[in-house]
Design a protein around this ligand. Structure first.
Ligand SMILES: [Zn+2]
Ligand SMILES: [Zn+2]
Length: 264
């Protein structure tokens, strides 16, 4: 585990001027040969480990850059995935580190089509994350509405309950001009779109793995005892996906209830 950040000056004496970077790991700064040689015994193992990791990363990056594109990922994801919220940039990591263009999900389309996430070979865990993100967005839109008027004659029971307990709106929704300045009709259309997308994802998850929704809501699943490998559609795959996602679902108020409550 990394216990402290890399030094800002020379790794040995802390000197700030005329620094050069170790040519092996390209990570540690030194002020001169003397400090570098003095640090050699302590730094040797870390240096070669970092160098090895860099090489692996460079190879993987080249593979991604020359990827021809398939159902899981578009061609050259570093360019083509810029601004996509759900394909790989939907994680907290991506919203935190936005200096690289393909990790920047600001202004991404939160209503992005779910079609490719419904493909039978799409990763189960990723698909369920996309489903949860859509549910979160839906629940927030509903809270914004604060009224059942735009939800039709018989809204989902969980949605009706949510209206009675308004909670703060997330920064992602709060920052979206399209949502915050929308009128009731536009929001109704957004809610409608999301309901259809969630339905499609729910069905796709059910088709790909009939155990997942049951396992997600079944407290008997042993989260500390996950299988190390699994096949598609198996109980093991479902357990792994539940293990990866369970706490995110639980922490999203209303999400589990939304999945297990039958609509009226
Ligand atoms: Zn030094
Ligand atoms: Zn080094």
């Amino acid at each position: 585990m990394i216990k402290k950040a890399l030094p800002s000056g020379c790794a040995v004496c802390g000197h700030q001027d005329d620094l050069f970077i170790c040519s092996g790991c390209k990570a540690l700064p030194y002020c001169g040969r003397d400090c570098q040689i003095a640090d050699r015994p302590a730094h040797k193992a870390a240096c070669s480990a970092i160098k090895k990791a860099r090489n692996v990363m460079a190879t993987e990056e080249q593979k991604l850059r020359h990827h021809p594109g398939d159902v899981m990922m578009s061609k050259d994801p570093f360019t083509s995935c810029v601004g996509h919220l759900l394909g790989g940039g939907g994680s907290k990591r991506a919203t935190t580190y936005t200096s690289l263009p393909y990790l920047d999900v600001k202004d991404a389309d939160m209503f992005e089509s779910v079609e490719r996430f419904c493909h039978p070979f799409f990763d189960l865990s990723h698909r369920t994350c996309v489903c949860l993100l859509k549910i979160r967005l839906l629940l927030e839109l509903v809270r914004l509405e604060q009224s059942t008027d735009s939800l039709g004659p018989s809204p989902h029971p969980v949605i009706s309950a949510m209206l009675k307990s308004p909670t703060p709106i997330s920064s992602a929704v709060g920052a979206s001009q399209a949502i915050m300045s929308s009128d009731s009709n536009t929001r109704k259309a957004m809610i409608d779109t999301l309901m259809k997308q969630i339905d499609a994802l729910y069905e796709a998850v059910q088709k790909a793995n009939e155990h997942f929704w049951y396992n997600l809501t079944d407290p008997e699943v042993d989260l500390d005892n996950m299988p190390s490998s699994c096949t598609m559609g198996s109980v093991g795959e479902s357990q792994l996906a539940v293990g990866n996602n369970f706490f995110t679902w639980v922490k999203t108020s209303g999400a589990l209830a939304f999945i297990i409550t039958p609509s009226s």
